[in-house]
Design a protein around this ligand. Structure first.
Ligand code: MG
Length: 449
């Protein structure tokens, strides 16, 4: 059987991996899985192909007997919110997140607002590849209703925080799905808002959609020149948020994750979920606050599933995908922005002052070429070899690749899912020690290839 779903829904180049035929089939398959009845909420980002694919997905759903609530251009987390608040059976978002404009994709959500797990995705795939969907009869075909969810969504978001000051915030939406939503939300929360790249445009002329330091130079400059309290940036569909401090520098995703995670602890023993590639700074800050850190596979779907399993109070990745289960089970870039403002408010500190006292860690990465056919063999033996090489090992975690915990740092070895590489990440308290760990691990791997 072929595969449609990758690490975050179905995604690819429009006209190649993502065609109208495939998306109609996806709609029909989802309708079948849902029992050919019930309501599905559909949202989209502003890509040039999104209207076309929305039409296809909706056709498939209607022909399979489902009703559709069409939200129009909304952030991905708004779909999760809408599924829950409308008690729909499922949600679908047409987006390719941070990918360039020529890409698009589809991501599904279950009735709890959580992204489809690999288990549910394979059920959809089985129906799709077996063409086992059911065509509803003429009188069972579903109906479409247009629905503006944004007012309710923004009200719910703003209702989660109470700010005692008027913060000045610069927001860069990258011309993506949150362009008309985050600035409005921040104004309703009482902020003075300066917005950049906040007109939806499917060509994304403002900047590349990945909110990395090199793509946020303008945001940093404007935060500085306007003497703002905070800068925030989203990826294309706003399930992620990246923070720029008042001094105009992009804050470390690991450090912000650590302080946001710790702010969600309410009692001793509360669980925080993060991924195997996150810094040890998260453990230090969370444990200091009385919480416990559980690590899972990279990807927001794994984080959400682990939150469910453990009853965790928060889960997040260093890339800025943060899940606040008290609000919803999807990564929430908009709520993330509000929660950082709340942190400023409660602490009466600036971003840089909140981050400055955190323990310093240094992370280094390297990728080593490794032929596809050798990956599995290398990965199955690498744990033993690393433990032998590092006598200071205190633990080994194998939830996603192999993470070897050392007395004064760690090293993570993961095989790339899409390229002939093995990726290495090492972290320690000094740059020299991080390099030493990385070099030693690379030497072990080079002997094994
Ligand atoms: Mg995204």
């Amino acid at each position: 059987m072929g595969r449609l779903f990758g690490t975050s829904g179905v995604r690819g180049l429009v006209g190649k991996q993502i065609t109208p035929e495939i998306v109609i089939g996806l709609g029909q398959s989802l309708a079948s899985l849902l029992g050919n009845s019930g309501t599905v909420v559909v949202g989209k980002d502003p890509r040039t192909s999104s209207d076309m694919l929305e039409g296809c997905l909706i056709s498939g759903l209607l022909s399979g007997g489902c009703d559709v609530k069409r939200l129009g251009v909304v952030p991905t987390p708004a779909v999760s919110f809408a599924v829950k608040s409308l008690r729909a059976k499922a949600g679908a978002m047409i987006t390719a997140s941070h990918n360039p404009p020529e890409y698009n994709g589809v991501k599904f959500f279950d009735s709890s607002g959580m992204a489809y797990t690999p288990g549910l995705e394979s059920k959809v795939e089985r129906i799709y590849f077996g063409k086992k969907w059911r065509q509803a009869s003429w009188k069972e075909i579903g109906e479409v209703e247009d629905l503006d969810i944004l007012e309710d969504y923004i009200e719910a978001l703003v209702g989660t925080v109470q700010l005692s000051r008027d913060y000045k915030v610069v927001v860069d939406c990258g011309n993506g799905a949150a362009s008309l939503v985050t600035p409005r939300m921040l104004r309703e929360a009482g902020c003075k808002v300066i917005s950049l790249n906040s007109q939806p445009d499917g060509l994304f002329p403002g900047r590349p959609l990945e909110p990395s330091s090199e793509n946020l130079v303008e945001l940093c400059r404007v935060v500085r020149s306007t003497e703002s309290d905070l800068g925030i940036a989203h990826d294309g569909d706003a399930d992620r948020v990246v923070i720029v401090s008042e001094n105009g520098s992009v804050a470390s995703g690991d450090e912000v994750l650590a302080i946001v995670a710790s702010s969600q602890l309410t009692k001793k023993g509360d669980v925080i979920v993060t991924t195997v590639d996150a810094s040890k700074v998260v453990d230090e800050v969370v444990v200091n606050g009385g919480g416990k850190v559980v690590r899972t596979k990279v990807g927001d779907v794994s984080v959400a599933a682990e939150i469910n399993r453990r009853g965790a109070v928060f889960g997040g990745e260093p890339c800025g995908a943060w899940i606040f289960p008290r609000f919803s089970m999807a990564p929430e870039g908009l709520l993330g922005a509000l929660k950082v403002l709340e942190l400023l408010d409660v602490s009466e500190k600036k971003i840089s002052e909140l981050l400055e006292p955190l323990p310093q860690y240094y992370m280094l990465r390297e990728k080593l070429a490794c032929p596809e056919e050798k990956k599995a063999k290398v990965m199955s033996a690498v744990s033993k070899k690393l433990v032998k090489e590092f006598s200071e090992t205190i633990g080994v975690l194998k939830v996603d690749g192999v993470r070897v915990e050392l007395l004064d740092g760690w090293v993570l070895v993961r095989a790339s899912g899409t390229e002939p590489y093995i990726r290495l990440t090492a972290e320690a308290r000094t740059p020299g020690r991080a390099e030493e760990i990385l070099k030693k691990a690379a030497k072990v791997l080079k002997r094994m290839r």
